[in-house]
Write a protein of this length. Structure first.
Lengths: 428, 211
């Protein structure tokens, strides 16, 4: 690590140490308020109204602890249960929501020990560099000169002026140690916070269930809509055409002896109708699962897609072997949607696709040189991509500044080690 | 003329056989799966083969792969590839060896019997026949081939579909002389060196696909 980075990290840690001291004191205040609310609960239900408000404070304080822990490389997820819908007897639901969430009590349990640890570590990370600074500024020498009795580090007490000057190298060393140690003290504080502020295994699973419920509902909805669309297309398209085809051929059969010329005309019409039905079916099939995807996998299908686009599109892919069919399909349609946005809306003259696979993730990037300003909340296309990917725990991020370029980055878990299998094996 | 047919659907296989035999082709072998196709093609050395892209056992693109492999072994072996869908990507792969005698058509085209038989003859004679849909999709893009005039692009599209100068002249309502002038312009603009005319036609189409 560069010396500058090292000093910067140290100073940041010292500053956060000072912040931790202030926050620790606020923890004690918040704890006091909470206990007050709890104690007054039996009294006319006063606490019942107070408690949710105080809990907000507790959660604010715990949230700050989580964010600071995250700054020092210890990510702490938020463990709270989702807020219940409003309604019912006023005050009762929020009260129950707060009281029955174990995370509330874990927050509370953290407040006091967290404050103590925060104070001790915060003071430590402040005191050591300050002591070093005292030595560097030769303050011990001045005090000794004034009072005749003082010392610093190993030269305690100071007996001569030259010994007094020794506080300078000692101070420098102590300051260096203080700055080097401060980030570790912060990390220790963060790890302690994680112990109580992070979700328990139980809460983690509950959060996961909530998320799965939402994505499953989305997926089921999208699939039902898709099936309805296919049914309608078949009913109004190919099916109707086949019926009319049968009729035309039947009519031709009737007329073949009486009026061969008319019969031939009808047969030509029938052939025409069969071609149209086939075209419709082909479009429908491409929308369900493009044949080229089945034949060539993601890599080949995206290359084929790029050849069909109105603007030149480069494809850079290091995929070898096939992905699972559902993942392959989700990835393909996500890329296709992103590319169609690029060609239709952005006014781009060039687009690119990059597909990379790490051990267990599929990373896709679609970019163009268009005018940017794409807004996921405006179109249904980008939202659709998000939904498609979410069904597989995938994510999408979009950067599209007003002057471009637009870049859509998508990520999909694509190996056996996906969270789905990890979780199901963790519950037994 | 000796034909090998590769098609896994029994109905279509029989239909194709009946259709081609009605037009004086001799169907020397029919194949209903991928692994059998390449050995059959190499052993029978037909005058032309009609091959479905998707065949058992994997139902992906083994027909196409076998066609490309057979043409690597026997350069220029005339093969007409049929498929339920067409992809410019596949067309490019088929034309990649830069020797004619290749066709790539939607299966639907079989229903226009006269045109289909004509296409089989053209492929057997070393020509190149691309499905109008491939051509249409290429025309739909605004890509480098902008150096060509609108008329020249039309002519190139007709060439890709395997039409002769006379046929192109008839369809575009111009004289054959004008057509051959357009074609020479296309060759010059695409930087195709003077060579055997048939081969240059394939190269021009390939340049189109690669753009």
């Amino acid at each position: 690590m560069e010396t500058r980075d090292w000093i910067r990290d140290g100073l940041r840690a010292v500053a956060d140490g000072a912040l931790a001291i202030a926050l620790s004191i606020s923890s004690l205040v918040v704890l006091g308020l909470f206990l007050l609310a709890l104690v007054t609960t039996p009294v006319l239900g006063l606490g019942a109204l107070l408690l949710p408000q105080v809990t907000k404070l507790v959660r604010l304080r715990a949230g700050a602890g989580r964010r600071i822990a995250g700054r020092w490389g210890v990510p702490v997820a938020t463990p709270y249960r989702p807020r219940p819908p409003a309604g019912g007897f006023p005050g009762w639901r929020p009260f129950r929501w707060v009281i029955s969430d174990p995370a509330t009590w874990r927050d509370l349990a953290w407040l006091l020990p967290g404050a103590i640890v925060g104070l001790v570590l915060g003071l430590g990370s402040l005191a050591i560099p300050l002591y070093g600074l005292q030595g560097i500024l030769l303050i011990p020498l001045w005090i000794w000169l004034g009072t005749g009795w003082y010392g610093y580090g190993v030269t305690w007490p100071i007996t001569s002026v030259s010994e007094g000057f020794l506080s300078l190298p000692q101070g420098a060393l102590i300051l260096a140690i203080g700055l080097a140690a401060a980030p570790y003290l912060r990390r220790a504080d963060a790890l302690f916070a994680q112990l109580l502020l992070g979700p328990t295994r139980n809460a983690e699973l509950r959060l996961r269930v909530t998320q799965l419920t939402v994505t499953r509902a989305d997926t089921v909805d999208a699939q039902a809509a898709e099936l309805r669309r296919i049914e309608r297309d078949l009913h109004d398209g190919a099916q109707a055409r086949l019926v009319s085809l049968g009729m035309t051929i039947g009519l031709a059969e009737e007329m073949v002896d009486r009026d061969p010329a008319a019969a031939r005309q009808l047969l030509a019409e029938a052939r025409e109708a069969s071609s149209t039905a086939l075209v419709e079916l082909r479009h429908l099939v491409r929308g369900i699962h493009p044949p080229v995807l089945a034949e060539r996998g993601l890599d080949g299908a995206v290359r084929a897609l790029a050849l069909n686009l109105r603007i030149p599109t480069s494809v850079d892919s290091d995929l070898s072997g096939r992905l699972d069919t559902p993942v392959e399909s989700a990835a393909y349609f996500a890329i296709a949607e992103a590319l169609s946005n690029a060609t239709v809306h952005s006014g781009a003259t060039f687009a690119y696709v990059s597909i990379k696979r790490t051990d267990d993730r599929l990373l896709m990037e679609v970019g163009d040189d268009g005018h940017g300003g794409a807004d996921p909340s405006r179109g249904t296309g980008l939202r659709g991509i998000e939904r498609r990917l979410a069904a597989f725990d995938g994510t999408m991020t979009l950067t599209s500044p007003p002057d471009g370029p637009t870049i859509v980055t998508m990520e999909l878990p694509c190996a056996l080690s996906s969270p789905r299998t990890m979780l199901s094996s963790g519950t037994d | 003329m000796r034909v090998v047919i590769a098609e896994d659907h029994a109905l279509l296989r029989d239909g194709l056989t009946r259709l081609l035999e009605a037009f004086d082709f001799e169907v020397v072998a029919t194949v209903d799966n991928g692994p059998m196709l390449l050995p059959t093609l190499l052993e029978r050395k037909p005058d032309v083969a009609v091959v479905d892209v998707r065949l058992p056992p994997t139902f992906t693109d083994e027909g196409l792969q076998a066609a490309i492999a057979a043409r690597t072994e026997v350069p220029g072996m005339p093969i007409l590839v049929l498929s339920q869908h067409v992809e410019p990507l596949y067309a490019r792969e088929l034309l990649g060896d830069r020797v004619g005698g290749v066709g790539y058509l939607l299966k639907d085209r079989v229903s226009n019997v006269a045109q289909f038989v004509d296409a089989v003859h053209q492929v057997a004679g070393g020509g190149t026949v691309m499905d109008p849909e491939v051509v249409a999709r290429l025309l739909d893009r605004s890509r480098p081939l902008d150096v060509l005039t609108v008329r020249e692009r039309e002519v190139l599209g007709e060439m890709a579909a395997g039409r002769s100068n006379a046929a192109i002249a008839g369809r575009l309502f111009v004289t054959e002389k004008a057509v051959s002038k357009h074609i020479n312009n296309i060759f010059t603009k695409l930087g195709l060196p003077p060579s055997d005319d048939d081969n240059r036609r394939v190269l021009a189409v390939l340049a189109y696909l690669n753009a």
